[in-house]
Design a protein around this ligand. Structure first.
Ligand SMILES: *Cc1c(COP(=O)(O)O)cnc(C)c1O
Length: 366
């Protein structure tokens, strides 16, 4: 049997007719950028998250870049971020001229809130809470620290559409939240897309100005040097269709994860557990295995594709050589990079496929 790590066609097929109808509608409308689909999506997504405002942008990376810019985080400023973050999280910080300060992850593979305080100094301006793999960081502790030291909290929700912390949706907890609608995300578009949610209308206005060349109006009056970072009508329209089914899609992921958690039975394979207080939308189903590379090759030999999220931590990337870090500086992130493996997880995954993956995992050499 051939099983891909992700299979986006299956998710499309679940509601194909509705997507086709919406695409046709947008094509027929004759209006393709910043129109009614984007306006309606922004309203619907803000309401789903429980935030006062939402502004669409072109990608998750742009959302991060714009968020730090709006908060005034730049040169000589520091931002706390987990050492096993996705590279885009760090780039959103450094594109503004600020410095990432890495904090090791905890046993839930997310920012260890107990290790943040020792890294805070007079230059620290913000904490970037990346809700990695589908579960929430400890937002209670993070907010307490932010209040104590007067820091901003930015949430990276690119892997957390529908995730909650103590019953409140991620993306409505920090000062500003960044979203990606890259096709593989739980709420994925059919191309690139992103958004920023916030309760502060002033931040929201700033996003709208920056995303449109620094102009408040649609055309030709520019107050600041902005960007072209807009969610387009086609993506917004298709996202409106998918948003209606997001909770259902996340439940299906939970059903698959439930089977993995219950039926994977191997001394060398440790599925990542979920932090008490958070739910999990299983953007990825991650296992840790000390023989990860062998496991990955073995699964591939049996037709099962898996992915490593992520094989090189940001501090060891060539792009960040000038930060001056070396191997050994963040041993937990480095260990995780050698151990983590994301199992196949996608909407529309069939029971016989789940059976097959579990059976092969349990037969891995002991
Ligand atoms: C995907 C992702 C991003 C970047 O989003 P893009 O839309 O691909 O730019 C940022 N942070 C995290 C945690 C992500 O998973």
């Amino acid at each position: 049997m051939e099983i891909k790590s992700n299979n986006l066609k299956r998710q499309f097929d679940l509601h194909a007719e509705e997507y086709r109808r919406k695409a046709q509608e947008v094509l027929d409308s004759g209006w393709y950028i910043l129109g009614s689909e984007v306006r309606e999506f922004e309203k619907e997504f803000a309401s789903y998250i429980g935030s006062k405002c939402c502004a669409g942008v072109a990608s998750g990376m742009d959302a991060l870049t714009i968020a730090f810019r709006i908060l005034g985080v730049g040169k000589n400023d520091e931002v706390i971020v987990c050492s096993n973050a996705y590279i885009a999280c760090v780039m959103g910080i450094t594109l503004n001229g600020a410095t990432p300060v890495f904090v090791e992850p905890d046993i839930y593979d997310n920012l260890d809130a107990d290790k943040i305080e020792e890294k805070i100094n007079s230059r620290t301006k913000a904490i970037l809470a990346v809700h990695l793999y589908g579960q929430s960081c400890d937002m209670t502790k993070i907010r307490e620290l932010a209040e104590k030291y007067d820091l901003k909290v930015v949430e990276d929700c690119a892997q957390a559409h529908g995730t909650t912390w103590k019953g409140k949706k991620c993306g409505s907890i920090g000062d500003i939240a960044c979203w990606s609608f890259y096709p593989t995300k739980n709420l994925g578009a059919f191309g690139d897309g992103g958004a920023i949610t916030t309760d502060d209308p002033e931040y929201d206005t700033q996003v709208r100005i920056i995303r449109n060349y620094g102009s408040k109006k649609i055309h030709y009056e520019n107050d600041i040097i902005g960007m072209n970072s807009r969610l387009d009508e086609m993506q917004a329209g298709l996202l409106r269709v998918k948003l209606k089914y997001l909770d259902e899609l996340n439940s299906e992921r939970n059903r698959i994860a439930g089977r993995y958690l219950k039926e994977i039975d191997h001394p060398l394979i440790r599925p990542l557990l979920t932090r008490p207080g958070s739910n999990n939308v299983y953007h990825q189903f991650v296992v840790h295995c000390e023989k990860r590379d062998q496991l990955m090759n073995y699964l591939q030999d049996n037709g099962i594709s898996t992915i490593i999220h992520y094989p090189i931590p940001p501090h060891l990337q060539k792009a960040y050589a000038d930060l001056g870090y070396r191997e050994g500086d963040f041993p937990i992130a480095e260990k995780y990079a050698k151990e983590v493996l994301s199992l196949p997880m996608y909407n529309g995954m069939r029971d016989d496929e789940i059976d097959y993956v579990i059976d092969k995992l349990n037969r891995f050499e002991r």
